[in-house]
Design a protein around this ligand. Structure first.
Ligand SMILES: *[C@@H]1O[C@H](CO)[C@@H](O)[C@H](O)[C@H]1NC(C)=O
Ligand SMILES: *[C@@H]1O[C@H](CO)[C@@H](O)[C@H](O)[C@H]1NC(C)=O
Ligand SMILES: *[C@@H]1O[C@H](CO)[C@@H](O)[C@H](O)[C@H]1NC(C)=O
Length: 428
């Protein structure tokens, strides 16, 4: 074959040199990358686990770490190396170095130095589909969200959530489970997800949701608030993965679109309804507290307050948080697997509440066995294993290894961090 006058031989030489150049460039990039992470040992794979594609792959040695590798392996990769910091270098689409940290002090340093370790916002972008919010922002934008959210979500809210939860559980016992000696739940999450969302409905929006399927669809809506709330979080991954223009393609996608549109409509309505009222921060639900904090002129000097889309963004972060429901399901499963622990738990509850009264928020310190059960479930099955951060400047970490030797590691700015919390949980 002749390419516009070039002989095949010349063509082969050009292609060959280009490939050789690429290979040399790749080796140089790689060497620079390894130097930038101080030659810290760890995983070496082709695909990065921080890309969507790399995350979809199963574990294939040398190719991909596989889905939820931190969740599966927990502290084991650190224990194997005797050091609470390891690297993960991947080569495609370009050489990238990630650092996984399980050292408690180093994690604290990273969390407290917001400016030095900003969030890699591209990894959080999916959480912005319903509006900007405190989780998916950084810098001045984060500060605006933080002002309002920190004011609204206080210790008082824990009481609110406690009271809502007791009400919801009592209603479950008194209606759906009444008169039954035994209740069989095949999949615990089906139950705990409802509990979680009913609590959000009540404590978050002052909306009582009934266990019984008797809600009427209000005018202007196609779904009840309960259905919009329950199904949106279930089908959220569709909304996150499928672009807006493709949402009409299948029945499933159209359903997911309807659900999230309906939920958005409900939330917008609730914000509008509250606009006419004089709200106080100690009002009975989180949305009212959030709006009251946002409306406080003293909070905003030269800045603009949060607009409706940003308010809804922060509320969505609260709603889509299914971590509580899943953690609760794991705790129930563990109690079923260890009946002796379940009995100890039951006996302590009976000792603390001898007359069978309903526990209040102030009983929590006395219910130490319950707290221990939840902590252990969280340690065994952590709902969140990594908090991704990036480094804005060159950084030094001093980490003590398993033999008590201090190791100092110097990283330059091409590095990304992922603080793994499994170790701190194990130490707790
Ligand atoms: C700790 O000491 C043991 C025994 O000397 C050694 O085999 C191991 O490699 C050391 N671990 C680290 C992380 O240096
Ligand atoms: C609300 O603020 C965001 C920035 O966080 C902006 O993109 C959006 O256009 C604003 N929405 C309205 C309705 O002003
Ligand atoms: C970070 O370290 C590298 C390598 O030592 C150096 O070339 C670079 O100037 C440093 N960057 C900063 C911002 O100090």
């Amino acid at each position: 074959m002749i390419v516009s006058g070039l002989s095949l031989k010349t063509f082969a030489i050009i292609v060959g040199s280009a490939a050789a150049l690429r290979a040399v460039q790749f080796c140089l990039d790689l060497r620079r990358l390894l130097r930038s992470i101080d030659y810290l040992p760890g995983y070496r794979t082709v695909f990065s686990s921080t890309t969507v594609f790399g995350n979809l792959l199963p574990r294939i040695p040398l190719l991909a770490l596989g889905r939820a590798h931190s969740w599966r392996l927990k502290h084991a990769p650190f224990a194997e190396r005797g050091l609470d910091i390891i690297s993960a270098v991947s080569f495609w689409p370009k050489p990238v170095g990630n650092i996984y940290i399980a050292d408690v002090q180093a994690i604290k340093d990273i969390i407290w130095s917001r400016g030095l370790f900003p969030k890699p916002l591209s990894q959080y972008a999916v959480l912005k589909v319903f509006g900007s919010n405190i989780v998916a922002s950084e810098g001045d934008e984060w500060k605006r969200h933080h002002k309002v959210v920190a004011r609204a979500f206080s210790e008082r809210n824990n009481r609110l959530v406690w009271d809502a939860t007791t009400q919801i559980m009592l209603e479950l016992f008194d209606t759906v489970w009444i008169g039954k000696d035994e209740v069989v739940v095949d999949h615990a999450v089906d139950l705990t997800l409802q509990i979680g969302l009913f609590v959000i409905g009540a404590a978050g929006f002052g909306r009582h949701i009934s266990w019984k399927d008797d809600a009427v669809i209000p005018p202007g809506h196609q779904l009840t608030f309960k259905d919009a709330l329950l199904t949106t979080s279930h089908d959220l991954f569709i909304k996150l993965l499928v672009p807006r223009w493709a949402m009409g393609f299948t029945k499933r996608f159209r359903r997911a679109r309807l659900e999230s549109d309906e939920l958005q409509r409900y939330l917008t309505e609730m914000i509008q309804e509250r606009k006419g009222f004089q709200l106080k921060e100690d009002d009975e639900d989180l949305l009212s507290s959030l709006l009251a904090a946002n409306n406080d002129e003293n909070l905003w000097k030269d800045e603009v307050k949060l607009n409706d889309s940003e308010l809804i963004g922060n509320i969505f972060i609260l709603i889509i948080d299914e971590t509580v429901s899943h953690s609760l399901a794991f705790a129930l499963a563990l109690l079923a697997l260890y009946p002796d622990k379940q009995e100890e738990l039951y006996q302590q509850i009976k000792r603390v509440l001898p007359d069978g009264r309903i526990p209040t928020y102030d009983d929590i310190p006395s219910l130490s066995y319950s707290s221990a059960v939840f902590n252990e479930a969280l340690r065994m099955f952590p709902p969140v294993t990594n908090v991704p951060k990036s480094s804005a400047e060159n950084t030094t970490f001093t980490i003590t290894d398993v033999n008590g030797t201090q190791r100092t590691l110097r990283f330059t700015t091409t590095v990304r961090y992922s603080s793994t919390q499994s170790r701190s949980a194990i130490a707790a």
